[in-house]
Design a protein around this ligand. Structure first.
Ligand code: PGA
Length: 257
């Protein structure tokens, strides 16, 4: 079974609700033809309601950028998976910026992934090594450990709803990306083969894995041509409709299904 490519725009702390709605209204018709590619936008929390309402008749999907594992409680500033559930299909979990600035731990990534799955959402679990780890040759071991920790206790049946995004931290927002071949090799050995060992061949072969880190129209084809890369998690290049639509067009053309 071919894997459906998934391109997700992570808008981080960009775009007001009004700007986010205007963006998806412009983007929708530009990418309507590419319906074999899953197209996802991840606005700020504040824009989830308006964007989801604007996309009620659209095939574009919405992701939250984070969600807390408890349904409710004394967690000032947090919003739970059950609270975002009416507005989104996906939730990005464990983004390196959350790991770096908000002390996101592997344990909490795992709790959040389970909470999303429990309320019918699809987690996009982000993993990736730092420059120092990369240079020390620790990438595969480190990414394997992040993947295993994130999935601890997650049932095989739930794995069809999980997406993993491999994002080397040194490539995020830096203009410096891994080569397609490098990224593919790490994705295969540190992510897909880890899933193979933890679950089964069938689950590993069905798992969708994105690359992220300075993806842009000029290098998209290189990433999409790799056998183990099933899409992209995109920051900077998802903020302009023209660039984001170009990424989706390239994914649809290269993945060809
Ligand atoms: P970038 O961000 O495309 O701007 O490098 C990717 C991400 O953080 O998901």
């Amino acid at each position: 079974m071919p894997r459906t490519a998934i391109i997700a725009g992570n808008w981080k702390m960009h775009k007001s609700p009004e700007e986010a709605v205007a963006f998806v209204q412009e983007l929708g018709p530009m990418v309507q033809a590419y319906d074999k590619v899953e197209r996802v936008v991840a606005p700020t929390l504040l824009a989830l309601g308006p964007v989801s309402a604007a996309l009620a008749e659209s095939a574009l999907k919405v992701a939250a950028q984070d969600a807390h594992w408890e349904a409710s409680g004394a967690y000032t500033s947090q919003v739970s998976a059950t609270m975002v559930q009416p507005y989104v299909d996906y939730v990005i979990i464990g983004h390196s910026e959350c790991r770096a600035y908000l002390n996101e731990s592997d344990e909490n990534v795992n709790r959040k992934a389970k909470a999303c799955l429990a309320c019918g959402l699809r987690p996009i679990i982000a993993v990736g090594e730092s420059l120092a780890q990369n240079e020390a040759g620790e990438t595969v071991d480190f990414v394997q450990s992040q993947v295993s920790a994130a999935l601890a206790g997650i049932a095989a049946d739930d794995m069809q709803r999980v997406v993993i995004a491999y994002e080397p931290i040194w490539a995020i927002g830096s203009g410096r990306s891994a080569s397609g071949e490098q990224a593919d090799a790490i994705i295969k050995s540190a992510v897909r083969d880890t899933i193979r060992a933890l679950y089964s061949d069938a689950i590993a072969d069905a798992l969708r894995i994105q690359y992220g880190g300075s993806v842009k129209p000029g290098n998209m084809e290189e990433f999409m041509s790799q056998p183990n890369i099933d899409g992209a998690l995109v920051g900077g290049a998802s903020l302009q409709t023209r660039d984001f639509a170009a990424l989706i067009e390239i994914a649809a053309r290269v993945k060809g299904s």
